[in-house]
Design a binder for this molecule. Structure first.
Ligand code: TRP
Ligand code: SF4
Length: 332
């Protein structure tokens, strides 16, 4: 029998997901047959930067898990669960905090970066919890002895820290943990927001996964095109146009003819946008339908989560027994 490797990944529950999340989510969906998968709603992580909005986390969790399921995460294959329901995450985080040098955490690139960025918009995240965020993430991953962690590129420093923590624990006590690898799906091109900046909820420049035709139309109309183009017969430059970046991902077969028509002044931006909106609508229709179906079954998502939590708890409990034994020896 071939023993499957283990995958753990998670997202902070920020509500409905957008097209910027799609490639990570597609990556998760594709790994479900090959690996033993754990997909976690990182609700404690959401508190580290959003404790003021703590009452929104429950609803945001439902919205996000609806997107996960509608996109193809399958509760029969993968354990889908809330971090806050598996208390072993907190215990392992505490154990790691005893042996992790402070400098390792201060050195994580997102740390000073985020404090400064959020400070600029008047948010103070100078807390103990925020400093420990990557260590909590290490506990999430190692609790399930994951071999691989499919994430976006921005998370790689956290995976590196996780490897260092695993190595240190194994060396100080007993070899309990594998050193996990980050899996990043290399995109040919990263999808920008409708204004050309990084797609993000806080910039209000996103299109939701499973968006309805109205949202799609409105946002495609707002996309920035080649600003030098005034009449439709003016030759355009697709390289500077957001619509083109979306066509590249959603209409790869038509890309060349769109580029030629744009450069030759044979297609207007209005028509070009109409074509994109049509393809996006086609893409999102299936997800939208499944999403509505999932949300219309009362209690269904709660049931999926509870079932996933039961499965996660068994594995987490086993690991913590090993961890206690490794730290305290047989007497504890
Ligand atoms: N830090 C991740 C993010 O912001 C979320 C996360 C929490 C996570 N724990 C994790 C991702 C464990 C992968 C593995 O997106
Ligand atoms: Fe962009 Fe299309 Fe207009 Fe060219 S024709 S600038 S690709 S929207």
């Amino acid at each position: 029998m071939v023993v499957k490797g283990t995958i753990l990944s998670g997202m902070r529950p920020t509500g409905r997901l957008h097209l910027g999340h799609q490639s990570v989510l597609d990556n998760w969906v594709g790994l479900q047959d090959e690996y033993n998968c754990f997909f976690m709603v990182a609700d404690w992580h959401a508190l580290t930067t959003g404790w003021e909005e703590s009452k929104e986390i429950g609803q945001n969790t439902l919205e996000m898990v609806a997107d996960w399921l509608a996109t193809g995460l399958d509760p029969n294959k993968s354990a889908i669960f809330r971090q806050s329901r598996i208390l072993q995450h907190a215990e392992l985080h505490l154990m790691f905090s005893m042996v992790t040098p402070l400098s390792w955490l201060e050195r994580v690139p997102t740390y000073k970066d985020q404090i400064q960025k959020l400070g600029e918009i008047g948010k103070d995240i100078n807390t103990y919890g925020f400093l420990g965020y990557p260590l909590l993430q290490a506990a999430d991953i190692l609790l399930y002895k994951a071999n691989a962690v499919p994430v976006g590129e921005d998370q790689l420093p956290h995976i590196e820290l996780t490897r260092e923590v695993a190595r240190r624990f194994n060396h100080l006590f007993k070899p309990v943990f594998p050193e996990p690898q980050g899996i990043v799906k290399k995109e040919v091109a990263v999808l920008p927001g409708i204004d050309g900046a990084k797609m993000s909820k806080s910039y209000h420049n996103y299109i939701s996964i499973g968006a309805d035709p109205e949202e799609i139309k409105k946002n495609v109309n707002l996309m920035i095109t080649d600003p030098a183009r005034i009449r439709k017969t003016d030759p355009g430059n697709p390289e500077v146009c957001v619509v083109h970046k979306f066509h590249r991902i959603y209409n790869p077969d038509l890309l060349e003819s769109i580029e030629e028509a744009c450069r030759g002044g044979r297609i207007g931006c209005v028509a070009c946008k109409k074509q994109l909106a049509g393809s996006l609508e086609q893409h999102s229709a299936g997800v939208r339908e499944r999403r509505q179906e999932i949300l219309s079954k009362p209690g269904y998502i709660e049931e999926v989560l509870r079932d996933g939590e039961e499965r996660a708890r068994v594995v987490a409990g086993k690991t913590m027994e090993e961890v206690r034994e490794a730290i305290f020896g047989g007497q504890a």
